[in-house]
Design a protein around this ligand. Structure first.
Ligand SMILES: Cc1ncc(COP(=O)(O)O)c(C=O)c1O
Length: 478
């Protein structure tokens, strides 16, 4: 193995340690290509870095000038480098693969760059946060709040908000409740912590049945609380709830399965309620994006079928912003006291002023207006995604698009990992379906589709077209 430090800062701006692996076939040229490719891939050579002239690199490495010229030409052809008259050879201005931020010597300021386009699911269009309307509600809430609102908060949450939610959830989601059954929390994750964690050992006990595909963060949170989760298979009708066994609780995303995208079939909705009644079980309903449904009437909450068997959990993380940390649990009567006990003596999580602001935002009609506006915006984005794929990647099937802020692009078997890598190389941040799969789910072909989960809400409007182009370029050909 030949090693060399190419360390003339004025030539390339950064020290570069190249190891030429000469034991393989292909000689010095192949070894140099592979060492340079690795340096770019790993981020040691950041995008835009100028490479040394042929002659000096050849001298440093003890190889012929033509060997360096050939290696550069090959890497230009592969797209790793660019060559321009007068400015020599540079590392191509493409985003480095995710998770490999440039490791640059201390003297040079690091050039850490994120992906060019963020198509990860999870975040709404945060540029559309209704700042003016929120501020109006905040002002009004502050002016009208009684003095006692500025004392320690009630762990159940402000009455004003629980009343507003009772009316809104009944009207928009078919939830049947009253303010005394609602406990305000900081979002779905907090609700899980309150139900399963805490020093008191939690309100509920595992094992908990979950859908085969789900958010890894929630599984990890449960695992950290010592709760075992058991995967329930999914098919075109949603979770196969008839597989429910000895568990006393099941976590479902009935309005829009996360992340595969379909609603839970009406027969299954009935079946899971029957199971809960027969076994004394409880259903945790994660209604994370229930407001965003485009092509059909909204799918009402399962909670409406039997309020004593379902813990309905919602938050403003998709409808407004995940930064607010505001959510709610609609509880069967028998859990209210235990959840309040888990929360503690006073409100320690959610600002009372934010609660009062959200109450005003809902009562004044601003919430409905915002959701309607965003529904329209996301529907347009979803349609543009579908049109772009039909035109440029007709081999890819788009699913899960009737609702929510993400779609699933189904890929030919075995092609998911390569597609994720290609997307990263195109500067796109997105995940494959495998990321969301329960690690204990049995391996069976139809149940284990290949696909990409594409969040279409996050990129700013001006960058959306370019994000779609990069996505289509990354997809495998027919
Ligand atoms: C499946 C799922 N459930 C729930 C949530 C909401 O989580 P939280 O309210 O903790 O922000 C999200 C993300 O917004 C989600 O993707």
């Amino acid at each position: 193995m030949a090693e060399s430090w190419v360390n003339s800062a004025e030539r390339i701006g950064a020290d570069l340690h190249l190891e030429l692996e000469l034991s393989g076939t292909g000689g010095r040229r192949a070894a140099l290509i592979s060492a340079l490719r690795e340096a770019v891939r790993s981020g040691r050579l950041a995008p835009g870095t100028r490479l040394p002239p042929y002659r000096s690199l050849a001298a440093d490495l003890g190889v012929a000038r033509n060997t360096v010229a050939d290696a550069y030409a090959e890497l230009v052809a592969e797209g790793w480098l660019t060559a321009r008259q007068g400015s020599g050879t540079q590392v191509a201005e493409r985003a480095e693969p995710l998770g490999t931020h440039a490791r640059v010597p201390k003297k040079t300021p690091p050039r850490v760059r994120g992906p060019r386009h963020d198509l990860r699911q999870g975040t709404p269009d945060v540029s559309a946060f209704p700042r003016t309307a929120w501020l109006t509600s905040y002002r009004r809430a502050l002016q009208q709040a009684p003095n006692e609102a500025f004392g320690p908060g009630d762990p159940a949450g402000r009455r004003e908000l629980r009343e507003a939610l009772t009316e809104y959830l009944a009207r928009a989601r078919g939830v049947r409740t009253e303010p005394g059954r609602i406990v305000i929390c900081s979002g779905f994750a907090h609700a899980l912590r309150l139900l399963f964690g805490g020093s008191g050992g939690g309100v509920l006990r595992g094992p908990l049945a979950v859908e085969t595909y789900g958010l890894p963060f929630h599984r990890e949170l449960l695992a950290a609380a010592g709760v075992r989760t058991r995967p329930l298979a999914l098919d075109e009708h949603g979770a196969q709830v008839e597989e429910l066994g000895k568990e006393r609780a099941v976590l479902l995303t009935p309005a829009h399965q996360f992340p595969t995208g379909g609603p839970l079939h009406s027969a299954r909705r009935g079946a899971v309620i029957d199971w809960a009644r027969a076994r004394g079980g409880v259903i945790l309903e994660d209604d994370y994006d229930g407001e965003f449904r485009y092509d059909r009437k909204p799918v009402g909450a399962v909670q409406g079928l039997d309020p004593e068997r379902v813990i309905h959990i919602g938050s403003v993380s998709k409808s407004l912003s995940p930064a607010l940390r505001l959510g709610w649990m609609v509880l069967p009567e028998r859990y209210v006291d235990a959840v309040l006990e888990a929360k503690g003596e006073r409100e320690a999580w959610v600002s009372v002023l934010d609660q009062l602001t959200l109450a005003d935002f809902i009562v004044s009609g601003s919430y409905d207006r915002h959701v309607r506006r965003m529904r329209q915006r996301y529907r347009t984005r979803r349609d543009r995604l579908v049109v772009a794929l039909a035109a440029h990647a007709p081999q890819v099937e788009v699913t899960g698009i009737a609702a929510g802020l993400h779609a699933v692009l189904r890929l030919p078997p075995g092609s998911e990992q390569a597609a994720v890598r290609a997307a990263h190389w195109q500067g796109l941040a997105l995940d494959g379906l495998a990321e969301f799969r329960h690690p204990e789910a049995p391996i069976s072909a139809p149940d284990e589709p290949d696909g990409l989960v594409v969040g279409y809400a996050t990129p700013p409007e001006h960058a959306y077209e370019a994000a779609l182009e990069a996505l289509c370029a990354a997809l495998p050909a027919r």
